[in-house]
Write a protein of this length. Structure first.
Length: 318
């Protein structure tokens, strides 16, 4: 609505009278109003202008130290391969950011060439590794499967998927503890965060598992399913990225994971029944710092010669 257009327009005589009154000292007002007008108004507070940069453009003072929104980071690369034979099936890259409030953001990108699939995932969890938010974009079978956004507020999860099946919303009630299965490897260790360490044996958690098959008419939304967890113990595991002190887990009765540190990062994942293996081949940041020193090579003792003296080193033999 155009408010000025609705107001009555003053006549020319009125405008002249107002102008004369202003020139002669102002329009007459009641005494109390005059006092208010004559009182000096407080000086306005004007924010200081940013310093001018090159060419007169305003310049903002920038932080020159570490980024205070990131207290820890880690990144790495996994090789996807067959367990028997080591045929390379694809790779995955990830970056983990840990924030001052303990929340974590995991960015994952995988290229599963063996299935003509490519998944991009951003997963944000709280300090206890319970999901807060996620975004996924899936290509599978050589075509776009769809994308989706997920938001967790208490025990309510709302989602909206979009893709060949259209825009599909979803609302789900989730338990106090659950995890999201987005399918790349890097965040699989977060499924174990709800395990009660005070209890032994197999425990059952809840997984919100995302639809990621090749059918483009099935939207990228999740289903709540039970997830069996079993802690098998602490072990030292060696992968191409190094040696790590890890916790060995078994998930869903079929998937063995070796998980490292407070961020529960996966360094090795094996699914024997499907002949699949995922190995960490590169590590940086906190994950590289967690690597153990390389094991000292094992040297076999030299066998004595027939004369009772030690045999010479093998590289001196002809």
């Amino acid at each position: 609505m155009n408010l000025p257009a609705l107001l009555p327009r003053p006549s020319g005589a009125t405008l002249v009278a107002v102008a004369l009154a202003l020139l002669c000292g102002g329009i007459a007002r009641p005494a109390e109003t005059q006092a208010q007008v004559q009182a000096p108004a407080p000086a306005p507070t004007i924010p200081a202008a940013p310093a001018a940069g090159p060419g007169g453009a305003s310049r903002v003072e920038e932080n020159t130290g570490p980024n205070t929104t990131i207290v820890r980071r880690a990144s790495g690369t996994y090789r996807y391969e067959t367990l028997g034979g080591g045929r390379v099936r694809g790779e995955e890259r990830f970056q983990l950011l840990v924030h001052p409030d303990g929340t974590r953001t995991m960015l994952m990108w995988h290229d599963l060439a063996a299935r003509n699939a490519q998944f991009t995932v951003v997963l944000r969890n709280d300090a206890q590794l319970r999901p807060l938010e996620a975004f996924v974009s899936y290509w599978n079978g050589g075509r776009f499967k769809g994308s989706a956004h997920f938001l967790v507020e208490g025990t309510r999860l709302t989602a909206q998927a979009s893709g060949p099946a259209g825009v599909v919303p979803q609302a789900t009630v989730v338990p106090p503890w659950f995890s999201i299965g987005t399918h790349p490897v890097a965040a699989d260790g977060w499924h174990t965060a709800g395990f009660d360490a005070a209890r032994d044996g197999e425990q059952v958690s809840t997984l919100y598992s995302l639809e990621a098959g090749t059918d483009p008419m099935k939207p990228v939304l999740g289903t709540l399913v039970p997830l069996k967890l079993e802690r098998l113990g602490d072990e030292t595991v060696e992968v191409p990225a190094g040696r790590f002190a890890a916790t060995h887990w078994r998930i869903a009765g079929v998937n063995d994971l070796w998980v490292v540190g407070p961020d529960r990062l996966v360094v090795k994942s094996v699914i024997p029944a499907r002949d699949l293996q995922y190995l960490l081949v590169e590590a940086d940041g906190a994950l590289r710092e967690a690597a153990l020193p390389a094991a000292a090579p094992t040297v076999a003792p030299a066998s004595p010669s027939a004369s009772g003296r030690s045999a010479p080193p093998s590289n001196t033999r002809r």
